[in-house]
Design a protein around this ligand. Structure first.
Ligand SMILES: *Cc1c(COP(=O)(O)O)cnc(C)c1O
Length: 461
């Protein structure tokens, strides 16, 4: 399988080169040259355990990683770091919830970032290279990135977060990681300050090259690939449980990475009737899929911070297919977005923008109400992101098919939101309790990119 850019400006790449490149060099996103049709093979996949299923899916995409290497990588990822099942499905009320938070940081991002860390380690050893991952976090994604890179040969990771601006749980999940290759940096500034420092340092091409700076953000193809696997697992489980043929899948959405993986699974032949895309008040995607107009808004802070996004970075991959795989049109639309802040796709006869994707926005009160109701009626605690997914799933589901909803975080990551919903502080998880009182390491730096640069230079040596 070769990889090409949504903007058409990159010579076809191998899987390994696509993973190392991350963002395409022409500013687009890398995608597989074709989407494999697995319908013939699929019946033999139903009984497989998660690592075996992952191997079957990933070997269609990672064709230049030798099969035994890929198998070992997947075994290391989903055997050791996930102490149990990777994506178990539980029936709660009218929904089938797929708990994707059984990884080390209790969020679905572990499923992809644990694999990406192992993949980087493998590719770097092969190439005799090193990588210094630099990223900014408002709290939520940093811990999963750190957990994916800690103790991996050839990788150092530098994660900037706003000093005093992340929740106690988020801070503990990052700063209690004491591995030598992990550098937590608390910036005396806001998340936006952190992000602009990262952007400026990464756009200094000489510095970037000399210090092998890279990113692990959600535009890396390997993350999408890793996420495709659990759609297969979930659909097989629900088919076996209900006897139904096809299902609908609701997805709490921010950067469009998770739902995009479901869209690829559909294209590969998995019988998903519709994806139900759920946003919070940051509803650029809900607006697009109901009106055809893609228009940036300003970001509203909500109880589901990982969904507080108005420029979903993975959307361009979907757009590429939506405009008939025409890189010239993608370039034009992205240029229009840049200059005018919006574009619109024509919508044949006023029908749905995409019959495969229904979308809706869940407001903060819907989120709180879902947490409260599922706690009271089903004795099940939702985290605020999953709660947005549940609220939208209940509104949009057709009712004549099983509805799956992806559960993207454990509620103990967001105890304040849960307490606000149910009136008591009850969201606990032993992995988080165990962090309290542990030694931490974190460097506090001024809001100054030169201070961060000096810190990196010293750490790399
Ligand atoms: C990142 C994240 C999301 C959003 O996923 P995308 O792939 O960015 O759409 C939803 N819920 C949680 C808990 C997350 O961490």
């Amino acid at each position: 399988m070769r990889y090409v850019s949504t903007r058409g400006g990159v010579e076809p790449l191998s899987f390994g080169d696509a993973v190392m490149m991350g963002l395409a060099e022409d500013g687009g996103l890398l995608i597989p040259e074709s989407v494999p049709d697995v319908r013939e093979e699929m019946p033999s996949w139903r009984e497989l355990d998660y690592p075996d299923l992952a191997l079957r899916v990933m070997r269609r995409f990672a064709t230049d990683v030798p099969q035994d290497e890929l198998e070992a990588l997947i075994g290391r990822t989903y055997g050791e770091r996930f102490g149990g099942p990777v994506a178990p499905t539980v029936e709660v009320g009218p929904l089938h919830l797929v708990e994707l938070w059984h990884g080390p940081t209790l969020a679905f991002k572990d499923v992809a970032l644990q694999l990406l860390g192992n993949l980087f380690e493998h590719l770097l050893a092969l190439r005799g290279e090193e990588l210094n991952v630099l990223g900014a976090t408002s709290g939520d994604t940093g811990s999963a990135a750190i957990a994916g890179c800690r103790n991996r040969a050839g990788i150092r990771i530098f994660i900037l977060h706003p000093h005093g601006g992340v929740s106690p749980v988020q801070r503990l999940q990052m700063t209690t990681v004491l591995d030598e290759n992990v550098h937590n940096i608390a910036i005396e500034g806001s998340f936006d300050d952190c992000q602009s420092i990262v952007k400026e340092l990464a756009s200094d091409l000489q510095f970037k090259k000399l210090y092998s700076l890279g990113a692990v953000n959600s535009i890396n193809w390997a993350r999408v690939m890793a996420q495709i696997v659990y759609y297969f697992k979930a659909v097989f489980d629900v088919q076996a449980h209900t006897g139904a043929q096809a299902v609908e899948v609701a997805v709490p959405t921010g950067n469009f990475g998770n739902v995009l993986a479901g869209w690829y699974a559909m294209r590969m032949g998995l019988p998903i009737e519709r994806l139900l895309l759920a946003t919070n008040e940051n509803d650029i995607l809900a607006r697009f899929f109901t009106s055809g107009r893609y228009e940036r808004g300003s970001v509203t802070r909500t109880l589901a911070p990982a969904m507080d996004i108005q420029a979903p970075s993975n959307f361009e991959r979907y757009l590429y297919y939506r405009v008939g795989c025409d890189p010239e049109r993608v370039r034009r639309l992205m240029r229009t977005l840049e200059t005018e802040g919006a574009f619109a796709l024509e919508n044949a006869e006023g029908g749905p923008v995409d019959p495969d994707i229904a979308a809706g926005a869940g407001a903060t009160e819907d989120c709180l109400a879902a947490i409260r109701r599922y706690h009271r009626e089903h004795d099940y605690l939702l985290d605020p992101h999953t709660a947005v997914g549940v609220a939208v799933a209940e509104r949009l589901r057709s009712g004549h098919r099983p509805t799956i909803c992806l559960a993207t975080a454990h509620p103990a990551k967001f105890p304040e939101a849960v307490a606000q919903a149910v009136g008591r502080d009850i969201a606990r998880h032993p992995a988080i309790e165990a962090l309290k009182g542990k030694p931490t390491r974190c460097e506090v730096l001024p809001n100054d990119k030169e201070a961060v640069r000096r810190f990196i230079v010293r750490a790399v040596g």
